[in-house]
Design a protein around this ligand. Sequence first.
Ligand SMILES: [Zn+2]
Length: 75
Amino acid sequence: MLKRDDVVKLVRVVAETRDIEISCDECFERLDIFTEMELSGVKASAAMPLVGDHLDKCADCRSEFEALLSASRST
Ligand SMILES: [Zn+2]
């Protein structure tokens, strides 16, 4: 059985994890690697969920990502 304190701790960890969001700057810093992963067939959004999450929510970064993707594919 979990003690009440443990449950509280657990809930807090889950809440914090869900609340973590990165800024556009942080997203942009990781975007090169994210794009490389995506291009090499790795599930980038699974490896870097914060970036994937940000790209889902942020149209600016999403279009930057798509620009990077198509630029890399055409070379
Ligand atoms: Zn953004």
